[in-house]
Design a protein around this ligand. Structure first.
Ligand code: NAP
Length: 254
């Protein structure tokens, strides 16, 4: 029997949804957290270790393909076998399309799409060798529906759904499960920024803008990141491989 340690790589694992996923997956596997802010990564690693988990940090920008190779090499040197890849690192910026800066469009595509592709390509050999790999791509409800003032973000999140569907077709017979995870508004900095954007665009108060965001969910709530983490852990458990290629919607209803 192999004495290798099963591991998960989580991009953007230092804060927000990625942090919640890291804390949850660390109950089942070793975790390697990737992100640009070392202090966030280290504080999440520390919390995991305090709870008896195994965690390492890889300070890197996902847009650099060498970063993904470095993360995979770190896992290999640690003696870990990568079973799960969670492409969670993502950015968003809203604004009217007619004046949207081209450079911001490019950054959103680079982080959300190319950053995911970099990690998928670097992890594929390990995932295929394990013959039971899981890839979760943090898309969004914006990966399935159009929203005004978010053309770049919406385009990038639709691309992740397409990417997951293509990978599910290509690698299903080799034991890979690929799931695009599509949450509605989740509590954290990204949703706080959305609320500030709504306040500015509509000239309304923080309370009014928060209510608009809350009402986007039929359950009238902003989703806790731990709910997304729980669903990612379920997908990674491999208990329902037929989830592969299907968007997993966490929105309280559409
Ligand atoms: N919040 C929501 O309502 C919501 C809803 C649906 C889907 N999502 C998706 O869920 C994911 C996480 O969202 P969140 O709310 O947790 O956002 P967040 O709080 O802004 O966190 C984003 C994470 O991505 C990392 N990141 C950003 N650019 C990076 C880069 N170039 N290289 C490496 N890491 C990078 C950030 O770390 P550093 O800045 O330190 O690099 C951070 O850890 C995103 O893909 C987002 O689109 C969010």
């Amino acid at each position: 029997m192999s004495d290798k340690i099963v591991a998960s790589i989580i991009t953007g694992g230092g804060r927000g949804i990625g942090r919640a996923i890291a804390l949850r997956l660390a109950r089942d596997t070793a975790v390697l957290l990737v992100g640009r802010t070392e202090s966030d990564l280290q504080s999440t690693c520390q919390e995991i270790r305090q709870h008896g988990g195994v965690a390492e940090a890889c300070v890197a920008d996902v847009t650099a393909s060498a970063a993904a190779e470095r993360a995979v090499e770190m896992a290999r040197v640690a003696g870990w076998t990568i079973h799960n890849l969670i492409c969670n690192a993502g950015i968003g910026k809203s604004g009217p399309t007619e004046s949207f800066p081209k450079e911001t469009w490019r950054q959103i595509m680079a982080v959300n799409i190319e950053g995911s592709f970099n990690f998928i390509q670097a992890c594929l050999p390990s995932l295929l060798a394990a013959q039971q790999g899981t890839i979760c791509l943090l898309s969004s409800i914006s990966g399935l529906k159009g929203y005004a003032y978010t053309a770049a973000y919406t385009t990038s999140k639709h691309a992740l759904v397409g990417l997951a569907r293509a990978l599910a077709q290509e690698y299903g017979k080799r034991g890979l499960v690929v799931v695009p995870v599509c949450p509605g508004f989740v509590a954290g900095e990204m949703t706080d920024r959305t609320i500030r954007g709504v306040m500015k665009r509509r000239g309304i108060s923080a309370e009014e803008a928060t209510q608009l965001v809350v009402r986007a969910n039929p359950q009238r709530r902003i989703i806790p990141p731990e709910e997304v983490a729980e669903m990612v852990a379920f997908v990674c458990s491999g208990r329902v491989p037929s989830l592969s290629g299907n968007p997993l919607i966490l929105s309280g209803g559409e």
